[in-house]
Design a protein around this ligand. Sequence first.
Ligand SMILES: O=C(O)/C=C/C(=O)CC(=O)C(=O)O
Ligand SMILES: [Mg+2]
Length: 223
Amino acid sequence: MSRQAGQNFNKFVHWGRNVVAVGRNYRDHCAELGHAVPTKPLLFMKPPSSYLEEGSGPIVIPRGCRSCHHEVELGVVIGSVCGDVHEDDVMPRVAGYALALDMTARDFQEEAKKSGGPWTMAKCFDTALPVSRFISAKELSDPSGVKLWCKVNEEMRQNGSTADMVFNIPYLISYISQYFTLHPGDLVLTGTPAGVGPVHPGDVISAGLGDLITMKFTVAQKE
Ligand SMILES: O=C(O)/C=C/C(=O)CC(=O)C(=O)O
Ligand SMILES: [Mg+2]
């Protein structure tokens, strides 16, 4: 895919497609939140309306939220239809990647977990999905051992590697595709490593993926 095609794909990705997120996919993150390591992928969705492109404004902590956490993640951008795809056939169907923050209203999530309700209020608010530019599969030929990090006000908070995923990318996409079909432009968030924590209005979050990408977002509070 040419650079121009990649940029176009990026726009397409941002404004229309499904976002499937995987939770508890790193052992160290399960440990920090006191959860057992899952035996099958834990899935939830984020809406396309939660996308936030770098340079287009701040991450806005939702009204009433007292604990909004950063979660740095590798996003996988689907390039061709995946319906009931075998693990061995997944990677040719990946168009590329994006670095993402799965911003999470942790207090809303705790409330939902207590009541047995869905995580919608915690995960789906406007600006809850800051993303980098599109990274083509050619640029990142091996996503299975790439470093990902997140700093808040220059302090390192998360410093992990995709090598430590519980379920790897082919397995995750094959698994998801057995239940619902993934289409070009859909994004799969692959979970976060340890070190998640709160951000506050005025903070600057920066994040990086290997030596390919760095991105920066400021934080604001919805009145
Ligand atoms: O189980 C919890 O308390 C929280 C789980 C998450 O927010 C899951 C993720 O989004 C993740 O692991 O990346
Ligand atoms: Mg997450």
